[in-house]
Design a binder for this molecule. Structure first.
Ligand code: SF4
Length: 207
């Protein structure tokens, strides 16, 4: 957005929503800093609201450079904790509202029995270790040949390791499959259920 003249912005920050990942302050350290006790962002100079002491508002004039930085900080927030408004026009420049004014809706178009294609790069073997409460994933790059084994406690840490650290560069649907199976195995561990890869969980079947 191009602001050729100074603009008055109203910035709203919801501390309750903030997850403290510091993305905002990387974009605009003059506007946001980190509260290491609360592990949340601080919107510098903002006032807490009477009705909600963890909701902060800052309204002031910004030159074009600082306005762009403020918008970049708000857009960088992964959890929509920051909203920015043009204070004079009352228009949202970065909003936490979902825009439903224009989108495409599709109905599912996939038949697994007819359309499933094995990933030529390999396949996963997934196990729930009930004794150690671990999730185990082995990746085979040829039949019955394990090339990689990853052990962890949560689906998130395992698939992030596989996707972003090990960089197997598999098909997107293969990673989606991994996430789905890991979540099933994780649920099985939590509730003491039997986990069999590719089968739906049977809530009556205890490990
Ligand atoms: S980017 Fe959002 S979640 Fe992250 S610290 Fe800033 S306000 Fe908090």
């Amino acid at each position: 957005m191009d602001f050729s003249i100074p603009i008055r912005l109203r910035i709203e920050f919801d501390e309750k929503t903030c997850v403290g990942n510091k993305a905002c302050m990387k974009q605009d350290p003059s506007l946001f800093k980190f509260d290491s006790i609360k592990e949340k962002a601080i919107l510098i100079g903002a006032k807490p609201q009477q009705q909600d002491k963890r909701f902060y508002i800052l309204e002031k004039d910004f030159d074009s450079l600082n306005a762009s930085r403020a918008l970049a900080a708000a857009k960088a927030c992964p959890v929509n904790a920051i909203q920015v408004f043009d204070a004079q026009k009352g228009v949202a420049l970065v909003s936490n509202k979902v825009d439903l004014s224009s989108y495409k809706e599709v109905h599912v178009q996939y038949d697994d029995e007819k359309e499933f294609v094995l990933d030529p790069k390999g396949y996963f073997l997934i196990r729930a270790d009930h004794e150690k409460k671990n999730l185990e994933v082995a990746f085979c790059n040829e039949k019955n040949k394990v090339a990689l084994k990853v052990v962890g406690k949560t689906p998130l840490e395992i698939y992030q390791t596989i996707i972003n650290k090990e960089k197997l560069e598999l098909r997107a649907d293969h990673y989606a499959y991994l996430g789905r199976e890991l979540q099933k195995a994780f649920t099985a561990l939590q509730f003491g259920l039997e986990y069999v890869q590719d089968n739906e969980l049977d809530l009556n079947k205890k490990h």
